[in-house]
Design a protein around this ligand. Structure first.
Ligand SMILES: Cc1ncc(COP(=O)(O)O)c(C=O)c1O
Length: 403
């Protein structure tokens, strides 16, 4: 019998896949005694377990419908709820043909890439950006044009020159990916001026904008900026949001909104991927939302996470050396730190020895960089672990500097 030649069998895509840097860190973060500031996990202690369990009445009431295969486009009562609930953010009630329910925003991202990206096409991403997006986009054969971020988010003024250079090189740029609110990982909010400018630039170059907004509802202070979707009059913005951070990631229910023509194409891709997002999960989420629990839960998690964010800020202030740069975010899940002169991949190993974990900077840079940066998540650790974790991180930095 011949040996299986796996390399000969794997597709080019499979051969070129690289593991998700955050998922690869999981075994380290699960070591006994390690305080994890790594994954972007909500705090399970605040999950609305009782209210969600009560939503299961829908299985008795509508069991014959929700235990059946559902429409690829999504469960209509949920789409109706979302389009009304989101109207203030979207600037209007979006039509049902402008929305697709997805199995997490991660799937929305993949469907969008499958719809738009041929191998070698480019996507503009923020530097740093969400590693899950880099992963999906790379799997679909995209190359990256990176634009740095500052405290106002993507530095959009740098964009036209890069887009022009790509055009001159014959590279087809399909869309700009931006995490507009409490960006993962930088925590920045894209300013209103830059949102407007981004739209103008996208229009000038004839490309789309993918506005990813899983953290927008988690604002601790200040006023919301208008979504780019709400400013757009030319159907060039595709907007994604998810129940993962505002309810629970285990439901794997999210949505993506945009022009009916692009939604239709994504529906066709999804038909071949999972046919539909779990109808049971969608019906439970709908029942929970229609009972008014989502509106009740949001202020509760905002208060909870805002306190944790303060706890991490205080702990960093107390323990970290003064040259470590960071800024407390006004919402979301993350702190983004720069530790001058330190390779954070090496620091990670020292930190795990000391009993604390984070995600190192390079994971967030599509074309390399970020060697002295790292991300910490404040939602998961208890208040006392926030303090202890910061103290351990400070010791690990000290270990590195005294090498
Ligand atoms: C910016 C961003 N987009 C999308 C996702 C994926 O979320 P979901 O759980 O809805 O797939 C995440 C998850 O952390 C994220 O941070």
């Amino acid at each position: 019998m011949n040996e299986i030649n796996w390399d000969g069998l794997f597709s080019d895509q499979a051969k070129n896949m690289i593991p998700s840097p955050i998922r690869e860190l999981l075994p380290y973060t699960k070591k006994p005694g390690v305080i994890s500031f790594a994954g972007g996990n909500p705090d399970p202690l605040i999950f609305p377990v009782a209210e969600f369990a009560a939503a299961s009445v829908v299985l008795g009431r509508r069991g014959m419908e929700v235990l059946q295969y559902g429409a690829t486009e999504g469960y209509e009562p949920l789409k109706t709820f979302i389009s009304n609930w989101m109207a203030p953010r979207m600037g209007r009630v979006t039509g049902l043909d402008e929305m697709l329910i997805t199995t997490g925003s991660q799937q929305g991202m993949d469907l969008l890439c499958a719809t738009l990206i041929n191998p070698g096409d480019a996507i503009v991403v923020e530097d740093p950006t969400y590693p899950g997006a880099i992963h999906t986009m790379r799997n679909r054969g995209a190359r990256f044009i990176t634009i740095p971020c500052d405290s106002e988010g993507m530095m959009v003024d740098l964009l036209p020159a890069k887009l022009k250079a790509a055009h001159d090189d014959g590279i087809s740029v399909k869309f700009i990916y931006t995490i507009v609110n409490f960006q993962n990982p930088s925590g920045a909010v894209l300013s209103a001026r830059r949102r407007k400018k981004l739209l103008e630039i996208a229009s000038e170059f004839g490309i789309l904008i993918f506005e990813d907004d899983p953290y927008g509802h988690l604002r601790f202070e200040g006023e919301d900026e208008p979504s780019i979707f709400s400013m757009d009059t030319s159907a060039r913005v595709v907007y994604a949001c998810s129940f993962s951070k505002i309810l629970a990631p285990g439901v794997r229910v999210a949505w993506i909104a945009g022009d009916p023509r692009i939604i239709r194409k994504m529906v066709l891709v999804k038909q071949g991927v999972d046919m539909c997002t779990s109808v049971v999960a969608q019906a439970l989420v709908t029942q929970y939302c229609e009972e008014g629990h989502l509106d009740g839960f949001l202020p509760k998690i905002i208060k909870h996470y805002s306190k944790k964010c303060e706890g991490m800020a205080e702990a960093f202030m107390k323990h970290l050396p003064p040259d470590v740069e960071y800024k407390a975010p006004k919402g979301g899940f993350f702190f983004w730190l720069r530790v001058p002169g330190i390779d954070t991949k090496e620091l990670f190993l020292k930190a795990v020895e000391r009993g604390v974990a984070f995600v190192n900077g390079p994971a967030f840079f599509a074309n390399g960089g970020g060697g002295d940066c790292l991300r910490t998540c404040f939602t998961f650790a208890s208040q006392s672990d926030l303090d202890e974790g910061a103290a351990r991180l400070a010791l690990a930095i000290k270990d590195m500097r005294s090498k």
